[in-house]
Design a protein around this ligand. Structure first.
Ligand SMILES: [Zn+2]
Length: 358
């Protein structure tokens, strides 16, 4: 079926040029398609959308807590575009997610990874990640991941790069499915071939913690979501007004994060404070504009036993000359599985009368 799409033209709020607008997914497509969601179609040109959207969103979706939960829940964006394992590869300048746990006493903490889409209610599947554990004579322990390596030479180069002292012992950890590849790479340690395999526990429960680091792109992506949400839901604003010059520049070029994006445990939804938790995962966005401030609060992947930080984006301040007080809130909740092509549904937030006032 052919669908005719009419593109509107006009002045882009970022570059100011008269151009054909592109469809901006203010809630990134990588979070899935929500029934009832509409793109922002008449403010941003294709080039600026590419620059301030996809570049920032790549990191937002694959690194940090968002990348972690998205992967664990198996949320995918456009069909078939998801090949990246965030435990193996960083994104746009961020490092890969590092999940650590202690399934056996002998090796201390080892690196683990989530099994994609394995979240089942309160439990989530975890697997080993192929790695060597190097014990030096001076008692240091180094972990080297074998992900992405294909040759023994790559491992040798990596160890040289680490510049560690004489090795006392080397342990190899690998899931059975990856064993052949891992043994080929670790052929530089002949003693490993002689060593005996021990089976690490394949079931049971373990405490894990995950480390991640993100760059300013992550926060600029959040600022972009907040700003474009406001433009979509408050038709009073066009986005090119002078009072938005700061947020536009932060999104487009970067700048001091704390001037625009802060985070806290101050909940958007009153019920969360009282111990209530939604039964499905979802995102909450709430925006408000009054005579003092235009702001947006965002919480991603609020769900069963999961109460993430709340981000606050200051979109305009210093008394923007407004005569009104307006609020808009939405909840994007995931279905158990894809339904009619949608991953979830967008609803208006019904709790906005209890929204925080600043
Ligand atoms: Zn533009």
């Amino acid at each position: 079926m052919n669908k005719k799409v009419i593109h509107k033209s006009g002045k882009c709020i970022y570059c100011g040029n008269e151009k054909r607008f592109s469809r901006e997914h203010y809630l990134p497509e990588c979070l899935g398609k929500f029934k009832g969601f509409e793109t922002l179609d008449d403010r941003i040109c294709k080039e600026c959308n590419g620059h301030c959207g996809r570049q920032l969103e790549d990191q937002f979706c694959r690194a940090g807590d968002i990348g972690f939960l998205r992967y664990g829940l198996g949320i995918e964006g456009k069909k078939g575009s998801e090949k990246v394992n965030p435990f193996e590869r960083g994104s746009s300048g961020s490092s890969p997610l590092k999940m650590k746990g202690k399934p056996s006493e002998q090796d201390g903490e080892i690196q683990l990874q989530l099994v994609k889409g394995s979240r089942d209610g309160r439990r989530v599947g975890v697997d080993y990640i192929s790695q060597v554990i190097l014990h030096t004579e001076s008692g240091e322990i180094h972990h080297v991941l074998l992900t992405k390596m294909t040759e023994a030479e790559e491992l040798r180069a990596k160890i040289e790069e680490l510049n560690i002292g004489k090795l006392k012992q080397v342990n190899l950890i690998t899931p059975e499915a990856d064993r052949e590849r891992a043994e080929k790479i670790t052929a530089i340690f002949p003693e490993l071939a002689e060593a005996k395999w021990e089976n690490l526990p394949m079931s049971g429960e373990t405490f894990t913690r995950t480390e991640f680091e993100v760059t300013d792109k992550y926060f600029r992506a959040i600022a972009k979501i907040g700003f474009h949400y406001v433009l979509k839901h408050f038709p009073h604003f066009r986005g090119d007004e002078e009072m938005f010059a700061g947020i536009r520049n932060f999104i487009f070029n970067g700048g001091p994060i704390q001037d625009y994006v802060t985070w806290s445990n101050k909940q958007i939804i009153e019920q969360i404070k009282n111990g209530y938790c939604p039964t499905t995962f979802g995102h909450v966005i709430l925006a408000r504009a009054n005579e003092h401030l235009v702001w947006c609060r965002l919480q991603f992947f609020l769900g069963p036993d999961t109460v993430p930080l709340v981000f606050k984006v200051v979109i305009a301040q210093n008394k923007p000359t407004l005569l009104y007080d307006i609020t808009s809130g939405h909840h994007f909740s995931y279905y158990e599985e894809v339904k009619d092509g949608f991953r979830g549904i967008m609803d208006t937030l019904n709790w906005i009368h209890k929204a925080p006032t600043n």
